[in-house]
Design a protein around this ligand. Structure first.
Ligand code: PLP
Length: 372
């Protein structure tokens, strides 16, 4: 069953570039644009960067002077995590957190992939009073593999009761949901452009007003000294345009409503036809665009290649680990290491149609019946 046009269902890895972002970026290319220059071209570039910063601030419910542009989510995570002596993180964080601080104290998750708050509380209680100021808790808002959302409000309150700062990797939530980092009372948060329909290679760290971090990239002192290097003007402009488009989508609630409905149908169809296929974190609070399946005895790589031949692109767990055929640390932390070699992640987005998810359901059912 080969589809006429390829079907892309790997948005949690990266999203197609939105037309508005592409247009804005193309328009920005060519002119000599260094926002630190005082001449006309420099001033124009500065205005474009600051306009984009305001757009990001609007998307995340924060102030523009709290936004520091980076080369992506990975750098933003590294920047904040290297600013603290002690880091506490969940076991299911993205590698951009776990590898940035291999010395982090790790908190277990339950079988749904939700952080165990009692374990976090125990670690916080065990901190010496003088260490609390130099400790950071980092918990992602939603997992890129399973889509499971964490009880962020409770986590933030718990950490603040102990006088400990909180960072959240918001890469999979920003651009999908209406959020306000200020109202959540976070201290730091990470966002990435290419997950919201902007270009890869640009992201931001949000630092609550009054908070500063030591730079990890030092030089000319750009980004208020927190991230040196001439700004990636076209990337930042594309990020701003994507943020604007995502804001409009969130306000309209049409795409999120449709995707939630279509994923529910996809899961029901697969469940009814192949009850042996497990839906990971079924029943948990999950991102509306993510379904993670385990097809017993069919290796993820085999299923992905077979679906690719059918013209449908999905992934196994995290795309950042593609090429590495190691078991997902997320599924393993949930106590389902037995399913890890067989998982498929389906993640949709702004360009996905109902027909594409219907085709995918048929392709997965056909593949399972053929290979099992
Ligand atoms: N955090 C999460 C949850 C992600 O899913 C990703 C990318 O897959 C990153 C961080 C890294 O972001 P970037 O690709 O912009 O470096």
């Amino acid at each position: 069953m080969l589809t006429a046009t390829p079907i892309y269902l790997d948005y949690n890895a990266t999203s197609p570039l939105r037309p508005a972002a592409k247009e804005a970026m193309i328009a920005a290319l060519g002119a000599p644009s260094n926002p630190s220059s005082v001449h006309k071209f420099g001033r124009e570039a500065r205005l474009q960067v600051e306009t984009a910063r305001q757009k990001i601030a609007r998307l995340i419910g924060g102030r523009s002077d709290e936004v520091t542009f980076t080369s992506g989510g990975t750098e933003a995570n590294n920047l904040v995590l290297s600013g603290f002596n002690t880091v506490i993180a969940s076991r299911i964080e993205h590698d951009a957190v776990l590898e940035a601080r291999r010395d982090a104290l790790l908190v277990d998750v339950d079988e749904m992939g939700v952080i165990k708050l009692d374990k976090l509380a125990m670690l916080l209680s065990g901190l010496a009073a003088e260490d609390k100021k130099s400790t950071l808790v980092s918990v992602m808002a939603a997992n890129n593999e399973t889509g499971v959302r964490q009880p962020l409000q409770e986590i933030i309150e718990l950490c603040h009761q102990h006088g400990v700062a909180v960072h959240s990797d918001m890469v999979q939530v920003a651009g999908k949901y209406r959020v306000s980092f200020t109202e959540l009372n976070l201290d730091f948060a990470t966002v990435s452009a290419h997950k919201i329909g902007g270009p890869a290679g640009v992201g931001a760290l949000w630092c609550k007003a009054g908070r500063r971090l030591p730079a990890i990239i030092r030089g000319g002192g750009q980004e208020r000294g927190m991230r040196s290097g001439t700004e990636n003007i076209a990337g930042i402009i594309g990020f701003g345009a994507a943020a604007d488009a995502a804001c409009s989508e969130i306000e309209a609630e049409e795409i999120s409503g449709n995707l939630a409905k279509w994923h529910a149908t996809l899961e029901q169809t697969i469940r009814a036809a192949c009850p042996e296929i497990s839906i990971l974190s079924d029943g948990a609070d999950r991102l509306f665009n993510t379904t993670c399946l385990a097809l017993p005895q069919i290796a993820s790589q085999t299923a992905i290649m077979a679906l690719d031949l059918d013209g449908v692109m999905v992934s196994a767990g995290s795309a950042c680990s593609s090429g590495k055929v190691s078991a997902s640390h997320v599924i393993t932390a949930m106590g389902r290491g037995d399913l890890a070699p067989y998982t498929l992640r389906i993640s949709s987005g702004w360009q996905t149609s109902e027909a594409e998810l219907v085709t995918l359901a048929k392709a997965i059912i056909g593949l399972y019946k053929r290979l099992s």
